[in-house]
Unconditional design. Sequence first.
Length: 439
Amino acid sequence: MRTRTWKGLLMAGVLAAAAGLGPNALAQETSRQQAVFAAAKALQPKVVAWRRDIHEHPELGNREVRTAGLVAEHLKSLGYEVRTGVAHTGVVAILRGGKPGGVVALRADMDGLPVAEQTGLPFASKAVGEYNGKPTPVMHACGHDAHVAIQMGAAEILASMRDEIPGTVVLIFQPAEEGPPPGEEGGAALMVKEGVLADPKPGAIFGLHVSPGEVGAIAYRSGPMMAAADSYEIRLKGKQTHGARPWDGVDLASLSAEIVTAFNQVASRQLDVSRSPTVITVAVIQSGVRHNIIPDELMMAGTLRTFDPEMREDTNARMKKTVDSIAARYGATGGLTMGGHVPVTANDPALTKAMAPTLAAASAKPADGETGLVTGAEDFSEFQAVVPGLYYRLGVGFPKGTNHSPFFTIDEAALEVGVGAQVLAALDYLERVAPQSAD
């Protein structure tokens, strides 16, 4: 930890000098960083315990009742102003510093996924929830347990420094980042709708996500970082017939195979892949109940990932045209409907540049400020649409399975780095970047 700290401080000093910070300001930042690193190290056993407890008891989106209760109780004990029941199960907490200043927000997502855990951990999940009206195993297969524990740790350190904080810190614990249950509102969009960024309004918001990589290494990029995500559904109606006589009906299985092949061809041969990455995935095909009956209904569903708004619209149109033309050729009716949309997660360039020294200081390895585009999506983008935001990745080793895998787990040494990074992001923003006006 000592090596990581001083390497980080050295890099931060170089960047701070380049940014024009004087020696006094640099000395103050170095002292603050050392204090935060020491506090994060001391708090590590508690953060690990929180993470394991939350991991063992995951909850699906809009159902994070136990997790929210744990968070709210902790924040109240630290003296935060706490609101619960935001966007169903969200928790929002406000810490007003002892000095006047701006407002900054930190966000952590809380929900698990309908995945059966296979990590073999002693605290592995055995939880069962309900998704689409059916019972399902639930697992923290994307690391949101770590996000909650990191933010609980950051909350404790910030509360201990309240008198020295120049401004206000807003902590957002968000439900349903993975998407709300069908037919429900939820996630960051609903939190914004319910005013979490309105009173007080942050000048910036910071978030992190654990992901495979060197333990404690921070990676980010200015501008677009994670893809926009659109869900889609295809519903087609054909003519049922005996499996031995496909010519008497509409062969929806063959039709679906052509759609999958055509979508792959759209993404690889009709779009300018040198301009911007685009991914079309078919994840669900449902049709039929018996081996010798060709059914009369078909449902397909999947996701579209894009970074460019014009390419997104063009791809939407090509997908609909593809389905319509293939369906017409087979004699089926119906078509494709686009569903929920999550915008591109794009880091504010000015904020990213200003906070580069902070991320360099916090990272256990040299921070990567030009990391590659990620075709995964994040509804943190809904917050970034309202206030400038900076989202970064935190390396947690190289588990057997990546995010959303039943084998996904983390090296808990990264938790200490995440706590320090989020605390420093809040403090450094308020000290150096925020408009100096009281909320």
